[in-house]
Design a protein around this ligand. Structure first.
Ligand code: 3EB
Length: 339
């Protein structure tokens, strides 16, 4: 059977629901046998709960942070293999790998993380990468092609090996602010392939011109889930980039508006494939909002309150964006309210 026929025959059973939940005892969030992953944010969250489904993301939240919980189909299996911590329900896999940099060599740490992830997922029942998150310390440190984000992009592409840019996963690459030189990569993979979506207002990142570095960033702007699955659209980290150019340098609120203009275009492109997706963000949307300057967090929170009120669950995090002039970036998921 061809890969495509296998995908078609197996696809459709995947389920993913993303929730933001307040909890005094996060260990209880792991009780459900449909729980694929739980994320805690910042120093107030536990570093480990002795379960590979739990991950602390080292970004400080603004205000009282919820935990992020991914529900899939029960039962979820889990394990640790050669540095990969994983959980899977047979349709979807959550995986995480953390690689310490030696002497600040972020390129080599990224290469090693991606090579391990690629080998692990390719050899699993869930070989199709849908979505990847990357957390890298001091992401805009260094000048020109020595900038750490550019070195990360080189190592990422090396670790992926031979790849077709048209099947790259959606992604976020964001700067942690805790001084730990550890490349943290976590991902969602599936049995059946999703459909990558590009943004008509933006040049595809994998086609960025040379001025942004020797290796264009390897990601799709969004990923539609496998056909027939009960999963939201997965939105990559999105900022005030129009074409390939950063807009509104120094104006965080103008960048926020531009980011939502980009999301309107991206959701529009996704709706051409799946018209049942709501055209606007709402109760089936979850947003993670990354803000570079701590002093801008309250300003951005207020602007989001004015834009959405209580209609869109969201989480604000203090994090460095991979271009210095970008003050805000947002990623998330977008689906029908019942998803
Ligand atoms: C941009 O539009 C902003 O390198 O994986 C967003 C999402 C960005 C993912 C990545 C980078 C990445 O270019 C930066």
């Amino acid at each position: 059977m061809s890969r495509a026929m296998q995908d078609a025959s197996r696809g459709g059973a995947a389920r993913l629901a993303v929730e933001y939940v307040h909890a005094d005892d996060p260990a209880r969030l792991l009780d459900g046998d449909d729980v694929l992953a739980v994320f805690g944010f910042g120093t107030a969250a536990p570093g480990s709960l002795g379960d590979p489904r739990y991950l602390r993301v080292p970004l400080e939240p603004h205000g009282d942070a919820p935990y992020e919980v991914w529900h899939a189909n029960a039962p979820v299996m889990r394990g640790c293999d050669d540095g990969v911590r994983w959980a899977s329900d047979g349709e979807l896999m959550f995986g995480v790998i953390e690689v310490a940099e030696h002497d600040g060599d972020v390129q080599e740490a990224a290469r090693a993380a991606y090579a391990r992830m690629a080998a692990f997922t390719t050899g699993s029942r869930t070989p199709r990468l849908l979505r990847i998150w990357n957390y890298v310390d001091a992401i805009t440190f260094g000048e020109g092609d020595d900038e750490r984000y550019r070195a990360f992009c080189v190592g990422r592409a090396q670790g992926l090996g031979d790849f077709d840019v048209r099947s790259l996963p959606a992604a976020t690459a964001i700067g942690r602010c805790d001084g730990e030189r550890v490349v943290q990569v976590y991902w969602l993979a599936s049995v059946a392939a999703g459909t990558p979506v590009e943004n008509p207002r933006q040049v595809s990142a994998y086609r960025y011109p040379r001025r942004y570095g020797p290796q264009p960033p390897s990601f799709a702007r969004a990923m539609l889930p496998p056909a027939g699955s009960a999963m939201p659209l997965m939105l990559s980290g999105t900022a005030a980039v129009v074409g390939h150019v950063s807009m509104h340098d120094g104006e965080v609120l103008a960048q926020l508006d531009e980011t939502f203009n980009n999301f309107d275009a991206l959701v529009g492109a996704a709706r051409a494939h799946d018209p049942s997706l709501p055209p606007r963000f709402g109760a089936g949307t979850r947003l993670k909002v990354y803000v570079r300057d701590r002093d801008d967090l309250a300003l951005v929170a207020d602007a989001l309150d004015r834009r959405f009120g209580d209609a869109v669950p969201r989480l604000l995090l203090h994090a460095a964006i991979c271009r210095r002039e970008l003050a805000v970036e947002i990623d998330g998921v977008h689906g029908r309210p019942a998803d």
